[in-house]
Design a protein around this ligand. Structure first.
Ligand SMILES: Cc1cc2nc3c(=O)[nH]c(=O)nc-3n(C[C@H](O)[C@H](O)[C@H](O)COP(=O)(O)OP(=O)(O)OC[C@H]3O[C@@H](n4cnc5c(N)ncnc54)[C@H](O)[C@@H]3O)c2cc1C
Length: 305
């Protein structure tokens, strides 16, 4: 039986992608979670998402980029995406990863690259979300984000926090002082018990504590989860504390719990769907399998059909 950590380990082995991509079935399964390889395919997916009452966030898949030239290509891709959002009139912002912009090469490079994208988004009245990655780059990500936030407005750039990290409540309090718009998620990487809660129950309890802090702040945040328990806790807290439906949004991933996405949108809540696309889909896809190993059975079952 493949465990979550084994799948996350495999997610870092890019070479396996070429092997996996040879199986058309594998490819078919990826289309459930990934909107395609080109901007055009992502735009088409977002039109569909918008038609169901949900907004979106573009994510050009790529991480741990190893050369300055490749980071430049990533910046250009995002500038293109922002232009296409305006041209097509779709309802979407963008999500970026700082390792995609060179964080592991030089934090200054990542800052300069991210700054170009945030500046363009701000000029267009759009918004950039800085995703959170592994704990080896948590502090560096927050540092770059704070520099961006010092230069740009609350509604130009936001960040992500992960409830599995022990440090997250302190980070949330600190970032709210700036203030900053935060997306709260559980966290998708393999983290050691020195930095992250090993038990799901503790991750969930921390999620609810941080969610309450965020919803009480008067700032517009994103509650990113597919977990009905987290969603119910959020709805209940918002009702009890009279936090209006328009004061925050839910966020989910493309292809996961579409029924719940559409239900919340119908109920009048903001619902944003994170739409990943691009050629480097392999690590993202493997992290999704790791969250729900049952999806592997879906692959295997279909292999024998
Ligand atoms: C919009 C958005 C942005 C995110 N950004 C980041 C980020 O920047 N950094 C980061 O580390 N993580 C990010 N994540 C991922 C997140 O950290 C979790 O790994 C992921 O959302 C699974 O956690 P969960 O809250 O859905 O709860 P879980 O406890 O994992 O799942 C609860 C239920 O949701 C359903 N479900 C969850 N995952 C799947 C799946 N893959 N396939 C089918 N059903 C599933 C199942 O019914 C499951 O029982 C993001 C998630 C979302 C929704």
């Amino acid at each position: 039986m493949l465990t979550r950590s084994a799948l996350i380990y495999l997610s870092r082995k890019e070479g396996l992608k070429d092997f996996a991509a040879r199986f058309s079935l594998f490819k078919k399964l990826t289309t459930r979670f990934i909107a395609g390889e080109s901007i055009d395919e992502a735009v088409a997916a977002i039109r569909e998402v918008n038609a169901h009452g949900c907004s979106a966030s573009f994510d050009h898949l790529n991480e741990s980029v190893g050369s300055t030239a490749e980071t430049e290509a990533e910046v250009r891709e995002y500038l293109d995406v922002l232009r296409r959002i305006d041209e097509t009139g779709i309802n979407s912002n963008v999500s970026i990863k700082l390792t995609q912009f060179g964080l592991e090469i030089d934090p200054e490079l990542a800052y300069r690259n991210a700054r170009r994208v945030v500046e363009d988004a701000a000029r267009r009245g759009n918004f950039v979300r800085v995703d959170m990655e592994g704990s080896n780059v948590t502090q560096a990500t927050i540092d770059v984000f704070k520099r961006l936030r010092a230069e740009f407005g609350l509604n130009d750039v936001g960040i992500v926090l992960q409830s599995y990290l022990y440090r997250t409540m302190d980070d949330a309090r600190d970032l709210l002082k700036i203030p900053a718009r935060i997306r709260l998620c559980k966290g998708a990487y393999n983290e050691p018990p020195e930095v992250a809660y090993p038990n799901k129950k503790d991750v969930d309890d921390n999620y609810i504590r941080v969610m309450k802090l965020l919803l009480s702040s008067g700032i517009y945040h994103g509650i990113a989860t597919h977990d009905p328990r987290m969603i119910d806790a959020t709805l209940e807290f918002a009702k009890r504390e009279e936090v209006s439906k328009g004061a925050f949004e839910f966020q989910m991933l493309y292809g996961i719990r579409r029924d719940l996405q559409e239900q919340l949108a119908r109920d009048g809540y903001g619902m944003r769907v994170y739409v990943p696309y691009g050629k480097h889909w392999y690590p993202y896809f493997m992290r999704r399998l790791a969250e729900r190993p049952a999806n592997i059975w879906f692959v295997l079952k279909n292999l024998w059909k």
